[in-house]
Design a binder for this molecule. Structure first.
Ligand SMILES: Cc1cc2nc3c(=O)[nH]c(=O)nc-3n(C[C@H](O)[C@H](O)[C@H](O)COP(=O)(O)OP(=O)(O)OC[C@H]3O[C@@H](n4cnc5c(N)ncnc54)[C@H](O)[C@@H]3O)c2cc1C
Length: 253
């Protein structure tokens, strides 16, 4: 039986379980979503992550953390992986994993960086690169059960790097409770008036909630991005206890 611990009131699975790749689909030239079948999966909350372990034919093993990209759906979970240049695990998952491949999964992990479907308060989501993955799980979960107003500010290098591009645009067009703003750091699409550059105070003031609205803020991405955005939110007057952060630094043993 799997060992379980409690983190933030949630059960966290500590043992490895066998899983099978059901499907891999491209999201961008450098990112893919993988659906996995994990027999006996007991559910998760948006914002939690799993550890994925790969074993080579010679017994060599490598494990990395990946956020859950979609709400719970029986034994099926989804992750979205952005390839890191020369990355051991991410390049395999993005480009080589095939349906039927065996992997191992540990989790769900995490009890703080989660959004609970019963929440109704306003939510600000700020993503850098693949940091959009757990925030997308929150957007998809909200769609099922809650009318909490959400605003997403999503920073990418250039248009081709927008993960979930079509789905985000469709959801924002169909749902008055969801605002989506893209911020480009290196190259912007035709017609974009904002100069390219890192996310700034102006971006947050223009597209997030004012501090008086007291949103819960979720910030996810590379460490430098997360720290810069959290500092800006505090400068804007947001309550630090309502700013939840997840840093996508290197993971593994
Ligand atoms: C809680 C958590 C959740 C995560 N969720 C996701 C997710 O949903 N999607 C996703 O794509 N990634 C996610 N990551 C990052 C992921 O765990 C791996 O670190 C990443 O895929 C690189 O692994 P690798 O084996 O390919 O690279 P490695 O072989 O471990 O490293 C190759 C080189 O890249 C550098 N590097 C490693 N990781 C990163 C990184 N994240 N950013 C920049 N440089 C890096 C290393 O220092 C090294 O120089 C998450 C990390 C954490 C801690």
């Amino acid at each position: 039986m799997a060992r379980a611990a409690v983190s933030g009131g949630l059960k966290v699975r500590r043992t490895w379980r066998p899983a099978v790749v059901l499907e891999r689909r491209r999201e961008t030239p450098s990112a893919s979503t993988l659906s996995l079948d994990v027999p006996g999966w007991t559910g998760h909350l948006a914002g939690q992550h799993v550890d994925i372990r790969l074993t080579a034919p010679d017994g060599y093993q490598a494990a990395r953390s990946y956020s859950l990209a979609a709400p719970e759906d029986g034994d099926r979970i989804e992750i979205t992986v952005q390839a890191v240049p020369d990355g051991e695990v991410s390049t395999y998952l993005v480009g080589d994993a095939q349906s039927g491949d065996s992997v191992e999964v540990r989790g769900p992990v995490g009890g703080w960086f989660v959004w609970r479907p019963e929440s109704s308060g306003p939510v600000l989501l700020v993503a850098g690169g693949s940091g959009v993955v757990p925030l997308m799980a929150m957007i998809r979960s909200r769609d099922r059960v809650s009318h909490a107003p959400f605003r997403l500010i999503y920073s990418v290098r250039e248009p081709k790097d927008r993960i979930y591009d079509h789905e985000l645009r469709r959801r924002a067009a169909e749902d008055g409770g969801l605002d989506v703003t893209f911020v480009y750091t290196r190259a912007a699409p035709d017609g974009e008036t904002r100069p390219v550059g890192r996310i700034s105070l102006d971006d947050l003031v223009s597209h997030s909630w004012p501090a008086e609205v007291e949103p819960t803020c979720y910030v996810c991405g590379p460490t430098g991005f997360v720290e810069a955005v959290a500092d800006l939110l505090i400068f804007m007057g947001h309550d630090p206890t309502k700013i939840k952060t997840e840093r996508f630094g290197p993971s593994g043993p």
